[in-house]
Design a protein around this ligand. Sequence first.
Ligand SMILES: [Zn+2]
Length: 74
Amino acid sequence: MRTSCNGCRVLRKGCSDDCVIRPCLQWMKSSDAQANATVFLAKFYGRAGLLNLLNAGPDHLRPGIFLLLFCLVF
Ligand SMILES: [Zn+2]
């Protein structure tokens, strides 16, 4: 069995091969940073809201959406 990505781990959701969060977190080297970023965005947009926003975009744009959401908060 495959371990969950850090995003799914903190959101306590199942992780899969087509996980929308995993590719969004790969630019961050530390797993703590990945977890913190996910928790932060989930608090701000809501767990479901964050996932909906990521799901709304095509695969290759999701990391960009994640970054954009991050920038909008700061
Ligand atoms: Zn995942």
